[in-house]
Design a protein around this ligand. Structure first.
Ligand code: GAR
Length: 212
C-alpha cells in the first residue's frame, strides 16, 4: 500500500476530507509550519503522527525546506500532499519530489494563481470559478493540472459564499486525485505531462447564467 504525508498551515478541512475518505493508502504523518494550525488537532483525533516545522525558526527558505524534507523523508512517502500549505517552496525542494508532490488551489488555474482568489474572481465578474489539483513545479501554481471542478458564481455571492461552494468541490477532487495516484492510475511523465489511465471523461457543460 502506498503512503502519503500531508502538509498543512491552517484549518485543515481538506485534510479532514482526506482522512474521512478511506483512501487506499496509509496517511503516515501530517506536518504543519504553524503550531496553531487547527488541522493538527484533526490529525491527532484520527491517530495520525503530527510534526511542527515552524518556518520562523529557520534563517531562510533553504534551511526551512531542508528541515521539512528531512521530516518528510523519515516516512519515505510515495506522495506529498499540500493541503492549504501556505509556504512557497524552493526549486530544490520541488525537484526532490518531482511527480510525487501535489497541491490544491482555490481557482481554475491558470486564472487567479496566488492569494485572495475568490475576491478577485468576484471583482472581475467571472461567471464560472472553481478549484484545481496539480503537480507542483517551481512555476508557482502553474504545475501540470490533474483535475479541476467548476462552480457557478451566483449574483449575490460574497467571497465567503463563493469560497464555501468552491471548498465543497475541493474536498471531492482532492480525494479523487489521490485515489487515482494510490491506485496507480495517475503519474507525471518525464516530459511533464499528466498521465491518467482508465479514467472516464464525461462531456457535460456548465453554462452560467443558464440558457432559457
Ligand atoms: C483551501 O481553500 C486551499 O485550496 C487553499 O487554502 C485553503 C485551505 O483550507 N490553498 C491555497 O490557497 C494554496 N495556494 P483547509 O485548511 O481548510 O484545507
Amino acid at each position: 500500500m502506498k503512503s502519503i504525508v500531508i502538509l498543512i498551515s491552517g484549518r485543515g478541512s481538506n485534510l479532514q476530507a482526506l482522512l474521512e475518505a478511506r483512501l487506499p493508502c496509509r496517511i503516515a504523518a501530517v506536518i504543519s509550519n504553524r503550531a496553531d494550525a487547527a488541522g493538527l488537532k484533526i490529525a491527532q483525533q484520527h491517530g495520525i503522527a503530527t510534526h511542527i516545522i515552524a518556518h520562523q525558526d529557520y534563517s531562510d527558505r533553504d534551511a526551512f525546506d531542508t528541515a521539512l524534507a528531512a521530516s518528510i523523508d523519515h516516512y519515505q512517502p510515495d506522495l506529498v500532499v499540500l493541503a492549504g500549505f501556505m509556504r512557497i517552496l524552493t526549486a530544490q525542494f520541488v525537484a526532490r519530489y518531482r511527480g510525487r508532490l501535489i497541491n490544491i488551489h482555490p481557482s481554475l488555474l491558470p486564472a487567479y494563481s496566488g492569494l485572495d482568489t475568490h475576491r478577485r474572481a468576484l471583482h472581475d465578474g467571472v461567471k464560472i470559478h472553481g478549484c484545481t489539483v496539480h503537480f507542483v513545479t517551481d512555476d508557482l501554481d502553474h504545475g501540470p493540472i490533474i483535475i479541476q471542478a467548476a462552480v457557478p458564481v451566483l449574483m449575490n455571492d460574497t467571497a465567503a459564499t463563493l469560497a464555501a461552494r468552491v471548498l465543497h468541490q475541493e474536498h471531492r477532487i482532492y480525494v479523487q486525485a489521490i485515489r487515482w495516484f494510490c491506485n496507480g492510475h495517475l503519474s507525471l511523465s518525464a516530459q511533464g505531462k499528466v498521465l491518467l489511465q482508465r479514467i472516464e471523461q464525461p462531456g457535460c457543460t456548465l453554462i452560467m447564467p443558464g440558457l432559457e
